[in-house]
Write a protein of this length. Structure first.
Lengths: 266, 521
């Protein structure tokens, strides 16, 4: 194990890179380049780095030209970002995470309407505004409600995430800042702002338009790819666990998706 | 879009009494019937609550508002106005609604002195705020009721007037919910409660009340429809850029073709409005009407401009499609990743508790790793000292601040310097050690003799003072200060215009004192 220094170094610098620390990256650019080349060329080195990443409860989202894009493997991880990072007010009720999840998925749906968009170059994906997300939420919050009773997968007593969403107003005219997350718009703005700060989205404002427009970055695309697979499987597990009836056109047997832990590396 | 949804939505009565479908096949019991009535009547509760609310602020000195204004009337008038204003667009702002209601309420007040216009508008605002549940952050009204069939308490949540997001302008728009329509139109003397009937009712109301004001309103609303169309075009353009597969080229072409058709349609509408105004002009000829006609003309002109713009935009759509059409030939690899719509659908179906758990995991996996600060005292001290030195923590090159034209801050210079105090202390100690007891005045007199140090007496006096107030300093110096006589005072002139006034003090060496104490003990 003579490579310990290099392995740890690559993981450390990739952590800094994923977190958006430009100073560290620009200071060690040449070193990173060498490490990355070794990562892609040497099989033993590659394996060792992956081991290291696993040991630190991280996961590899994507091998990017500058460094590895990493994120926490699960919620209990040391590097996991928590609800508190979305603002103190949002963190107060533990169930808020469900609403944030809905909003995150709706934002992703607005950016990537079809599954092939998750692989398309981000430059081709265009922009979204907060209104697009609201439109999607409107459709899905209602879709669950008007589902055919025969397809009912849950006991009617159980409140669903969509129901929580339906009981929030779309907009709260009294608060112009998205502090409490007590309306759709506040939640959406909070999520979008958070993703701008984490470098997942870029925001633009055209002169004629009063609305903020958002564009995705490759980092966002690779992060949502892994996370959406996770959510998809999480639902599968819930179904199996709770013996819920499946959604129409859904079978447990065939699993075309790779499990979340094995993200194919490029 | 909103309107379409409303028309295709299932009849309101079914939604309101959703239990009907369940219970009709089963046995109808008293429990189920009563529950249904209770469930439906909850809709009226926010309106009845108005009476109980007692608008206390105005009640302080003025007459009881309930004698002057019928609060229930106000509430229903607001619901009516919202329904009227939302006939052609997605929502009505609070201001619009209140403006529309005010004249009708004014008529209720018998004498103008009874209620000032400010108080009236205040009242209307309060009623409106109550109907939108502003006090509770615009969340739905929530009432508990007993479900007889199930034999337990349940909650019903609903809005009467709900804030809708439009993304346009600064003002929030409000529209009636299905419950709101049921609350208002349910009390009309009509049997059919389905939404198409309600829609017809609303249109009929509007036509029956038609006048020039409404013509202007319709013109404005047409303008708003243009805005909506423009929004539609913008969305389509975004969709083309984002996901060209989801757009049918024929639809784009049809839209462009429709553009011309729609333009003529709106033009016809404007012509009809024009006609309407002309008719009105023939009936009444006063200044007011003329002004309104001018206003209408202005709206029509703006409308025409918007139309031209719209047609141009529409015709550009096929070009956009062609520009982005290269994406159509890209290889698509399906089946590796789940479509996000499917993911979102699943999320919406999750029970709330599980959704929160999944959400927390999602956030952890999705967001970039967070640098967790490890406890490091050295780093903290470093940060603090950096802050103290006013060095920016981000810039890594520490630079010396140079202030041109800056004056250095004047620091306070103590007049009683360290050597001076030491000299004073030494002087006292010398005297105290050599004699049994030293009079304070003798010490001061001796100190005044020192020509080159005019502040020496002060140093001496201060050392003595320190020994009095701080017992330990006195002990360290080796003397104790005692009062010679209680009633006599002295005053000595010191150099520099100073004067010492006070008791006769005696300095007694402490070790001798303690020896004496121990002997006596």
């Amino acid at each position: 194990m003579e490579n310990i220094y290099e392995i740890s170094r690559l993981v450390y610098l990739s952590l800094a890179y994923s977190n958006g620390n430009k100073r560290i990256i620009s200071d060690h650019q040449t070193e990173l380049m060498e490490l990355l080349q070794r990562f892609q060329a040497e099989d033993a080195f590659h394996r060792a780095v992956m081991e290291n990443i696993r040991a630190m409860e991280l996961q590899l989202l994507e091998v990017e030209p500058l460094a590895l894009r990493l994120s926490a493997r699960n919620g209990a991880s040391f590097f996991a970002s928590t609800l508190t990072d979305y603002g103190k007010m949002l963190g107060r009720t533990p169930l808020k995470a469900g609403e944030l999840l809905c909003v995150h998925c709706a934002v992703a749906t607005a950016f990537f309407p079809t599954e092939s968009d998750l692989d398309a170059p981000v430059e081709d994906l265009g922009v979204i505004v907060s209104g697009d997300v609201i439109d999607i939420l409107r459709v899905f919050a209602k879709a669950e409600e008007t589902m055919d009773p025969a397809d009912e997968i849950l006991h009617p007593e159980v409140r669903t995430a969509a129901q929580r969403l339906r009981e929030l107003p779309e907009e709260n005219p009294d608060s112009k800042r998205a502090v409490g997350g007590n309306s759709w718009l506040e939640l959406i703005i909070r999520v979008l702002e958070h993703m701008v700060t984490t470098g997942y989205l870029l925001e633009f404002q055209e002169e004629a338009e009063e609305e903020m427009e958002y564009r995705p970055t490759p980092a966002y695309q690779s992060a949502i790819r892994t996370a959406s697979v996770y959510v998809f499987h999480a639902f599968r597990e819930l179904v199996a666990e709770k013996k819920m009836t499946l959604l129409p056109g859904d079978t447990l047997q065939e699993s075309p998706l790779s499990p979340p832990s094995e993200v194919p590396h490029v | 879009m909103q309107k379409e949804q409303k028309e295709t939505a299932p009849p309101v009565s079914m939604k309101v009494d959703f239990q009907e479908s369940d219970t009709s096949q089963v046995i109808r019991t008293r429990e189920s019937d009563v529950t249904r009535v209770v469930h439906s009547s909850l809709i009226m509760r926010p309106i009845y609550e108005l009476e109980a609310r007692r608008f206390t602020v105005e009640d302080e000195d003025g007459p009881d508002l309930r004698d002057l204004v019928d609060l229930m009337w106000v509430a229903f008038a607001i619901l009516d106005s919202v329904s009227e204003l939302t006939e052609y667009h997605v929502g009505a702002s609070r201001k619009e609604v209140l403006e529309k209601v005010t004249p009708a309420i004014k008529k209720q007040i018998q004498s103008p002195e009874a209620l000032s216009p400010e108080a009236l508008s205040d009242l209307l605002k309060k009623v409106f705020d109550h109907l939108v549940n502003r006090n509770n952050r615009y969340l739905p009204f929530e009432y508990r009721y007993y479900d007889g069939a199930l034999g337990k308490f349940k909650h019903r949540k609903f809005w009467l007037v709900k804030a809708v997001y439009t993304g346009k302008g600064q003002e929030t728009l409000f529209s009636l919910t299905d419950e709101g329509y049921a609350a208002y139109f349910g009390l009309h003397e009509t049997s059919a409660l389905d939404s198409t009937a309600i829609g017809n009712l609303r249109i009929k109301l509007l036509i029956e009340r038609g006048n020039v004001d409404d013509a202007i309103a319709v013109a404005e609303q047409n303008n708003k429809q243009c805005t909506r169309k423009a929004h539609d075009i913008r969305n389509t353009r975004r969709a083309i850029q984002r996901n060209i597969h989801s757009i049918d080229f024929h639809r784009i072409n049809a839209m462009a073709d429709q553009g011309a058709g729609q333009a003529t349609q709106v033009q016809m509408e404007s012509g009809r409005l024009h006609h309407m105004v002309l008719d009105n002009l023939q009936v009444t000829e006063n200044k007011d009407q003329e002004l309104k006609l001018l206003l209408l003309a202005r709206h029509l002109k703006a409308l025409n401009q918007r139309q031209m713009e719209l047609v141009r935009e529409l015709q550009r759509l096929p070009d956009d499609y062609h520009q982005n059409s290269y994406k159509l030939f890209r290889k698509r690899n399906l089946g590796i990743l789940p479509p996000l719509e499917e993911v979102l659908r699943r999320v919406c179906c999750m029970p709330e508790g599980d959704a929160a758990t999944v959400g927390r995991e999602f956030i952890a996996m999705f967001d970039p790793p967070v640098p967790t600060s490890l406890f490091d005292p050295g780093a903290i001290i470093d940060t603090i000292s950096q802050a103290l030195e006013r060095r920016s923590t981000t810039g890594d090159k520490p630079s010396i601040l140079q202030e041109i034209d800056g004056e250095s801050i004047a620091h306070y210079q103590a007049e009683l310097t360290e050597p001076l105090m030491k000299r004073g202390r030494d002087m006292i100690l010398n005297r105290v050690r050599t004699s049994e007891a030293t009079m304070m005045e003798d010490l001061l007199k001796e100190a005044t003799l020192e020509e080159e140090a005019p502040l020496l007496p002060m140093a001496v006096a201060l050392t003595v003072f320190q020994s009095i107030i701080d017992h330990r300093t006195g002990q360290r110096n080796g003397f104790q200060v005692k009062l010679a006589s209680r009633d006599k005072y002295l005053s000595i002139d010191l150099p520099g215009g100073r004067r010492y006034r006070g008791h006769h003090l005696v300095l007694v060496p402490i070790n001798k004192q303690s020896c004496a104490d121990s002997f006596s003990a």
